[in-house]
Design a protein. Sequence first.
Length: 296
Amino acid sequence: MAIRAEWIAVDWGTSNLRAFAMRGETVLAEATSDHGMSRLEKPEFGPALMALIGDWLGEGVTDVVACGMVGARQGWAEAPYSAVPSAPLAGNAVLVGGTDARVRVFIVPGLKQEKPADVMRGEETQVAGFLAKNPNWDGVICLPGTHTKWVHVSADEVVSFRTFMTGEMFALLSKASVLQHSVGEGWDEAAFEDGLSTTLSRPESIGAELFGIRANDLLNATPAAAGRARLSGLLLGAELAAARPYWLGQNIAVIGDAKLSEIYAKALKTQGGFVSVANCQEMTIAGLAAARNLLG
């Protein structure tokens, strides 16, 4: 039996495109491709989307609500940032012109912070989804990933946020620095916890501690799994130390990849944090549903 979507939710990031055939807030089907923003020129966005969702379209016009890097300056159509403090979906969604006649495509805008300068695009939708499912929730939402966000939420508004390049630094250091020779696959929990506690208490030591991973490998033949875990712990400890004004004494929700979210949640709990974990895909879909409800 053919699936006919009432509307379509789209999470369009730098690397991947994910689409969900929706009826109300129920997912009927989903599809994924590697046609992320970084792989497409502007004329290619429409065909990439239609190749993924075409079978879900019936008679009439179907609304498509998208978030993520598809709305960046280099994406399909720029959806200008809304300034905080504001509701996570404060800005008007941008209607993309020149699309296939069977769809209306709307892109959710991101958020910006003037001082200190910061931006987010895509995460605001997850925040909106979390708040839709947790009314009157105040606290801090952590969204771990390549560029981890710490978002202070109060009275259903994003008050402020900060971005940490922890995930990108891990990738660069483990693949493109001298540490690539000492960091491999696998995991060593003790090495992670030691690295975490080291930079949580002394974040200024991170430069020396990072080189210590290489030195220990050369002098003591430290296993590559321990090197990987210690690198992760050192970087996360430095991030948590810098983000302490956000999370200390707050309700904390972590929204991200399940494995990475668990690492953050466990680390925060060791510091006495009150932590819950939410599924990032569910929050994205809930946020896109909330954005759809705001459409004119």
